[in-house]
Design a protein around this ligand. Structure first.
Ligand code: F6R
Ligand code: MG
Ligand code: MG
Length: 365
């Protein structure tokens, strides 16, 4: 049975500030999708949140980039925005960058990750969602899952993974894409994906079966809007077990709280802390950035689950480490590398301060 799995998300209002989603918004989204499920457009859905981002996880048979599915997500966000405005939540409707829907939510503000596949005998999927960071945050974890034998022992000792995976990388500044084969092209691959603010892993494929293994959202809000409008807060779908990395191999990268951009005002680097859905409440200095993971088994497209995968005790050390790194990074205050380099800061007063002081600058001898 061919199934499409769509994860479409948007920040349509924060509670309190940018720290969390109001439960009434999740309930509103649930009632919007329940109606459509009854009408048959969706096989199943699950509504969740990561920090201030509302997440719609949907299964259906309409394929990717389907207008009806995207319109459903857009209309749901519009309904939730009306409620967010009524509750005067912070930044109500902030990710809905267009006045009206025009065929596809891509480029209109919401983040999208979608894949279509033939459902396996046992179809394990893990959906990662992050808050207070940008789309490139998945580059390092995806590299570890699908190309690093120190993370994924299956690459070494499992016959069905030994030929490796192919990485589709997008250059979001130039609007181009390229595919690299791992393991033989990993040095070339790393030249690009090691610069995650520009080059992003969009998808990963099995080298032999050509099956889709992972897909991420690569929308960059600031590039779409031409100004800072909030962080991308990306999502990523990963298939697991069998021909793909085991659940434990998929989760292992998150034992290291890597540094990502997006903390406070989208202008600081900070550790990506793995947490449960309940703990995706970035409050300290509006962070530190969070990642959550929901696991499902699919059964004829029905979402069996979720299991809150990063709630597990084995991620306690990573959380502790993230808090320690957060203390260390915060000690730098307004200095780089805690603060992002000038050209990457989302907020800046530099032009105004420069203008005010222009006459006081004198040439060096
Ligand atoms: C970071 C983030 C927050 C806001 C900050 C200011 O991605 O969302 O740190 O940038 O709270 O928010 P505004 O400008 O909405 O008052
Ligand atoms: Mg927000
Ligand atoms: Mg957010």
């Amino acid at each position: 049975m061919e199934i499409a799995l769509s994860v479409i998300k948007a920040d349509i209002g924060g509670y309190v500030g940018h720290s969390e989603s109001h439960p009434d918004l999740l309930a509103e989204a649930d009632s919007c999708l329940a109606k459509v499920k009854r009408q048959g457009l969706l096989i199943d859905y699950h509504i969740t949140k990561c920090g201030d981002d509302l997440q719609l996880i949907m299964t259906h048979q309409q394929g990717e980039n389907n207008e009806q599915i995207h319109k459903l997500a857009w209309d749901t966000f519009v309904s939730c925005t009306a409620l967010a405005k009524k509750l005067k939540l912070h930044g109500a409707g902030q990710d809905l960058l267009a006045d009206a829907f025009s065929g596809n939510v891509k480029g209109m503000g919401p983040g999208v990750a979608e894949m279509t596949f033939e459902e396996r005998g046992a179809e394990t999927v893990i959906i990662f969602m992050a808050d207070k960071t940008s789309s490139g945050a998945w580059n390092l974890p995806l590299y570890k899952m699908f190309a690093d034998p120190f993370n994924t022992i299956g690459l070494v000792i499992a016959e069905n993974m030994h030929k490796g995976f192919a990485f589709e990388v997008h250059d979001i500044k130039e609007g181009k894409k390229i595919t690299f084969n791992a393991p033989e092209e990993i040095y070339d691959l790393l030249v690009f994906i090691g610069a995650p603010s520009r080059f992003m892993v969009k998808a990963v494929y099995h080298r032999v079966t050509k099956q889709i293994a992972a897909v991420s959202s690569t929308q960059r809000l600031s590039l779409i809007a031409g100004r800072y409008v909030g962080k991308d807060d990306p999502v990523c779908i990963v298939r697991s077990q069998g021909d793909f990395p085991a659940v434990g191999e998929v989760l292992e990268p998150f034992t290291v709280p890597i540094l990502v951009e997006g903390w406070m005002r989208g202008s600081h680097n900070g550790p990506l802390m793995p947490v449960s859905i309940a703990d995706s409440t970035p409050t300290r200095f509006d962070g530190p950035p969070r990642v959550v993971a929901l696991g499902f088994q699919l059964s004829e497209g029905k979402l069996i689950g979720p299991r809150d995968m990063l709630a597990d005790k084995s991620f306690d050390n990573a959380r502790q480490k993230a808090n320690d790194i957060a203390d260390y990074m915060r000690a730098h205050g307004p200095f780089e590398p805690h603060r992002l380099p000038l050209e990457e800061m989302e907020y800046t007063t530099m032009p105004q301060v420069m203008k005010k002081l222009a006459k006081r600058f004198i040439a060096l001898e």
